[in-house]
Design a protein around this ligand. Sequence first.
Ligand code: ADP
Length: 487
Amino acid sequence: MSSLSVNSSLIKDSAYINGLWCQAESGRTIKVFNPATGDLLGQVPDMGPAETLTAIEAAHSALTHWRAVTPKARGQLLRRWFDLIIEHQDDLAQLMTLEQGKPLFETRGEVLYGASYVEWYAEEGKRAYGKIFAASSSDKRALSIQQPIGVVAAITPWNFPNAMITRKIAPALAAGCTVVVKPSEETPFSALALMALAEQAGIPVGVINMITSSQAVEVGAVLTQDSRVRKLSFTGSTRVGKLLYSQSADTVKKLSLELGGNAPFIIFDDADLDAAVAGAVIAKFRNAGQTCVCANRILVQDGIHDEFVARFKAAVEQLIVGNGLAPSTTLGPVINQAAIDKITSLVRRAQAQGAQVISGGQTHNAGPLFFSPTILTQVSQQMEIAQQEIFGPVAPIIRFKDEAEALAMANDTPYGLAAYFYTESHSRIWRFAEALEFGMVGINESILSNEIAPFGGVKESGQGREGSSLGLDDYMETKYLCMGGIR
Ligand code: ADP
């Protein structure tokens, strides 16, 4: 990779298996492009089933040793990895902007956010406690211990090339599991740079293995069919998540699935409008709308609808579209041409159904993968754009009359990841938060996720939680010990 001032020790064009940096047996590679410029950034190995099996083998052999390392010693290694990530945060952020496109202020934020999971689980691994239960008879005692699940497969997406990896690997390692990771083929360099730092931190051979591949179907089949892999942790689309769920049935793997969303962002008449406008801009346009917790539908109550739309439009028009490496940029490109095509067709079909474009509405002259920040009004909950995950910088605004209608609209989706609402009513906060069918609810707040809190969805948005002590539990099994013959 010919790139800028990124520390060369972090630019890896090989995958990492059993402590070795290696190429694909076939010699094939995947080309990685910068979405802002179309430039070729470099190539990484295009591995397949054979290398996946080698990686599983390595993780399986390393497990015996790693699960016996004390939680404190595992934590010290994770802490060293955290320190190295922090030391190289600028390099990691630049690399991520180059291959993923989002502006530097966001990639810097993601590197710190991703690192926070490593720091948190370096500490939290020591707090995996068992339990002793009240005895059922005088000659027996009942207790449970927590043990690592075993080898974990992690499949991660391109929208958070760093944090979706650390959010899985850090709790897995803290719990005593070993890992095979397949990052997205769109953003392998950020993933491999994390491996380079894990190696420098002294994480033992075989504990983390990373394969890069464009053969996701074949690699996914091997990871799900192999009975040595005891858990699959996946972040990505609902379509692929469902496929992996069914593929995991044969070996009855534990699953963590963090899938798509259709987040409603609801603003009641009594909301603090300044806070709601600022929150909506962040919830909609961060990462160019390409996060699973991005506001997908903005629901605004009648009484403040027009005022909100005017202020929101003014705020959206302040966004600066461009190459994420420019310090002033606040909105970068989307990931690829397929994303542009999908966003464009969703907007066109919404227009055909009566939605009005009041801002943006088409690609932006910054380049072929840039879409102008777009606002649609007169959208209805029945329109396709309100039912599908947009994953782009398009804000559909839907009007509602009262709380009951807002709730019915909000829950009218098979997804259940994040929801947001703005109100100053104390009673409504409890009533409405409890009635929303979502795994996470932002109340007068548009940024939900951090390492101390349980991130995850309900309904077709997935299962399992990442972050917090619950995130550690998801990599551990409970074993019940029944002790008898006590006199
Ligand atoms: P996105 O829309 O975010 O790209 P995907 O679900 O397509 O979501 O991709 C998320 C991750 O899943 C990526 O690493 C991708 O390579 C991988 N993936 C895609 N299809 C499959 C599959 N059939 N089996 C296993 N992994 C897959």
